[in-house]
Design a protein around this ligand. Sequence first.
Ligand code: FCB
Length: 445
Amino acid sequence: MRFPDGFLWGAATAAYQIEGAVHEDGRGVSIWDTFARTPGAVLRGDTGDIACDHYHRWPADLDLLKELGVGAYRFSVAWPRVMPSGDGAVNKAGLDFYDRLTDGLLERGITPMATLYHWDLPQALQDRGGWADRDTADHFAGYAEVVAERLGDRVPYWLTLNELYCSAFVGHLDGKHAPGLRDEKVAVTALHHLLLAHGKAVSALRASGTTGRIGITCNLTSVRPFTSDPADVAAARRLDLHENRMFLDPLFRGAYPPDAAGHYGAVTDFGFVHDGDLEAIAQPLDYFGINYYERHAVRADPADPVRGWQRVPPARPTVTGIGIDPVGLREILERVNREYTPLPLVVTETGLALHDYVAPDGTVADDERIAFFDGHIRAAHEALENGVPLFGFFPWSFMDNFEWQSGYGVRYGVYYVDYATQERRPKASAEWYRSVIRANGLVGR
Ligand code: FCB
């Protein structure tokens, strides 16, 4: 099972999850610093203060990436390092870090893929309303311009935002991510401003003259009704609106989905949409990133038959409660290609949380993770065979890290991190992935 020549095998991380050094070199406070300190918000009160100490250990980490053999590395730039207050003053030391990182990757023959926003909004902007405030979109474009001025000649792949669903809905409706709000009207407003921020950042990046390709990453789910009962079918359609179409339609069709006004009309009249916004949002892109973790069978919610849904629990949940369903990855890739865009697609994340441990013989035998990636790589290959222009696959994650509300309680890496000593060690999945990269597929397995 070979992949096309030049297929981009990568690995992914994000700034707050690995860097640590939150008080160093002029970094400002982010909403995740604040949220992690909120009692009860994160498992055991874990924070990203130290995390993988990647801010200091990046050269050795890049050596590991080279050893792994990846062609590309997806990292995120921390807005509060570059602009500690979100707008205004630029912190040169913050930019210097990403400059060194970019050069370090290029020196090792690894292609940088930079995400501009992986959830770490400067707290100073949150204090002025955060994503619920329209001005945040302009500040983001200003920040994008600053980063592009410095790195634009060397970063071949840009991603504006990571997972708008999580920023908007997990952060402002479910209250499980920073800033920890539970207000549906605010969540939908925040989503619009995130989309606008993306559009404005695309313009800023283009204007900067960067040679890099520009895209965005959405986490998408594969949704299907649990039965053919019209109530289940309608509930599945609503969940699909909430988890997929609210992002895909504005990005690729320049309009919110036809059923959005009805569904969210219960909380908002979409008065936050100004003339020209949707044109600004639906800018032409060069590629599109997809993060895939979940496939849902959906039932009507008897407690809320009009607006609700129930996700049927998976038969065999993983440690985070979701199931393993590689078929969903193929379905999403094919759907996006068929219904939304002929653009090149890339899997910017998929991965499995486990309670990995180092066995007495020093190994980390994460065979379940190998099976997980094997299944998802096969699904990606099927999509390719069915005509989807897929150009890369980035496992989440390069190494264990701060997993948001689960803190250090679950592990996603192909490298194991001993947080007390900061020692990294390849898990069985790292060895396996190296052989996949070398063979450019699952040849001979
Ligand atoms: C995604 C996030 C990423 C990581 C994985 C497990 O939602 O983008 O940072 O936490 O989930």
